[in-house]
Design a protein. Sequence first.
Length: 183
Amino acid sequence: MSTAQIQVLKPNVTQEDALRAFSSGRVSTLYWRTLRGPLQRVAAAYVPYLLYRASYQMRGGLRTTLFAIDAVDGSLDLFTFPHAPTQDQLVSVETRNQLHFSLEPARAEALLREKILRAIFQQGFFKLRQLDLQIAPAAAPFHVPYWLGFYGRDALRCRVMDAIRRRIEGAKATAFFEQWLLA
């Protein structure tokens, strides 16, 4: 695996913060340590995201939102932004721990459309005036930082922290990163 220079959203979680979260006395952390073994290591990983502008009509007028979808397989949670990330919100990082773009743009748009429609319908189907969902690329791709905590003695398992939203992710993100690590 070679190193590459990538553009990354500035993380809101430092390595020390992640280490504290992965080794805290919280019930979920104690559960992980009991089930998987002690925390062995913490490492950063960077996932590529594609940014799209989505527009649709709801009660109250036209809504426009920027959504970012992971460019690996589209399975991670979407990010929403009030505006495209600016240069001062991005940092250049040289790393080997970046996942690679593998999602075709047409497939990314189709997955994004499904996820947005699900979110719109959760807000209330009857608020829709007409469903004319327009999706268009909005800015250059960027990477989102995650912290991986590795637990275990013999076979390591990872736990994932989103370094932007400051939250521990669930089984879907864990499986996503473990699959990448096995590849």
